[in-house]
Ligand binder design. Structure first.
Ligand code: SF4
Length: 415
């Protein structure tokens, strides 16, 4: 039998077929082709002794049709069957939240504003990333944002709509984390400063902090050092977390697969902004996001070290050849290589004592979370001590979480 984290990694790499016995369109969440398109799979929950593991399993990409994994209906529940070994793994198919099909006051279906990715709410708040519209269309090769925004989701999100959706996610799905992302928007053209991705997020952050509460994350292409005050402003507005998608460690791979980022801001800008905000917010509150698979795993390991040494935590996304992206024909990575990457990741966060998995109730379905990787590494005295420290931090965080959940109020004065 595979350990839960091994099953998670194999499902990300090999995808899954869905047996005719399943009624996932009635029993589960709809497949969301929103944001970069990585949520293009079926959300499942894997039981695990320490905590449940949420995973967005690829099911629509062609590689999934050849997968040894088959989702089957098993009595009143579901199981993933491994046709190589005959092993059965009971899983949960989480129900689609009722609020997905509710309308906001302005008449927009809520799922066109934001959807859950695991247990947190993800919202692409701006109009389509400009890399999709610049000459030569230098969009990131794995991304489908330019195809999704305005199609599967609203092309412009209104602050009022976002507030209503965030409240629905909070009240009816227990979400305590709202994550905003934007893509690229002219950060180097001063006269269009109002269109910056970071600046675009600010009114949403203020309104969510004032009226919804919970934790707020922002992800945008970084601004140059001379504009780092924008990060300070966003922190003052209520941002708890920044994430920086530099995607690939090797500069040549970065330039070829993220040509827009390489042309407009350059790879070093991601590191500088990550280091700056990690110092401002403290350990474990900023993440460096990379994609494992398209570059050699030694480069991915160097990226993990770089992120951890900056005081950030590594968010490693297993490459998915999403339909409609320029890389849709590339094979996903091999499970054994990804197990090696995540074992390395766990050793790296242990080495520096980074606080990971502290906030209860924030489960991310698009990646293997650092604390889930613990099962890949034999326990030592060092890892036991580290896990004891994490458990203590989780207990200490409870009153802080309760305080953060309360809306701050006073939006009229802050927006
Ligand atoms: S920056 Fe890249 S990954 Fe992000 S939305 Fe734009 S093209 Fe997609």
């Amino acid at each position: 039998m595979l350990k839960p984290v091994e099953l998670e990694i194999e499902l990300f790499c090999l995808g899954m077929r869905v047996d005719e016995s399943c009624r996932v369109d009635e029993d589960g969440r709809r497949i969301s082709r929103t944001r970069a398109g990585l949520g293009s799979g079926l959300e499942l929950v894997l039981p695990s002794p320490k905590k449940k593991i949420w995973i967005n399993v690829p099911v629509v990409e062609p590689f999934a049709a050849k997968s040894p994994f088959l989702l089957v209906k098993s009595g009143s529940g579901y199981a993933v069957s491994d046709t190589r070994t005959g092993d059965h793994y009971p899983v949960e198919v989480p129900k689609e939240p009722g609020w997905y099909s509710w309308k906001t006051t302005s008449g927009t279906e809520m799922s066109r504003v934001g959807v859950l990715q695991g247990t947190y709410l993800g919202i692409y708040v701006s109009n389509a990333c400009l890399y999709w519209n610049l000459p030569a269309s230098p969009a990131c090769a794995f991304c489908t944002t330019g195809r999704n925004v305005g199609e599967a989701e609203e092309s412009r999100k209104l602050v009022e709509d976002v507030i209503e959706v965030a409240k629905a996610a909070r009240d009816h799905s227990g979400s305590i984390f709202t994550h905003l992302n934007t893509g690229y928007h002219f950060e180097d053209v001063d006269k269009l400063e109002s269109l910056h991705g970071l600046r675009q997020c600010e009114p949403f952050v203020k309104a969510i902090r004032a009226e919804v509460g919970g934790f707020i994350g922002v992800q945008a292409v970084p601004v140059p050092r001379r504009k780092f005050k924008e990060y300070d402003d966003l922190i003052a507005a209520g941002t708890d977390h920044f994430s920086f998608c530099y995607e690939f460690e090797d500069p040549e791979v970065f330039a070829s697969l993220c040509p827009g980022k390489a042309l407009t801001v350059g790879q070093p800008a991601f590191f500088e902004a990550m280091e700056y905000t990690a110092k401002k917010l403290g350990p474990g509150k900023v993440s460096g996001e990379i994609i494992a698979g398209p570059e050699p795993i030694d480069a991915t390991k160097r990226a993990i070290d770089r992120i951890v040494n900056a005081g950030a935590f590594p968010t490693v996304c297993i490459f998915r050849p999403t339909l409609g992206s320029a890389m849709e024909h590339i094979d996903p990575p091999k499970p054994d290589e990804m197990k090696e990457v995540f074992a390395y990741l766990w050793r790296a966060v242990t080495r520096v004592g980074l606080p990971v998995g502290i906030l209860p109730g924030i489960q991310v379905s698009l990646v293997v979370q650092p604390e889930e990787a613990a099962e890949l590494v034999p326990q030592t005295l060092g890892t036991r001590l580290y896990e004891t420290k994490l458990a203590a931090l989780r207990a200490l965080a409870r009153p802080y979480v309760a305080w953060k959940r309360r809306p701050r109020g006073g939006r009229a004065a802050t927006v």
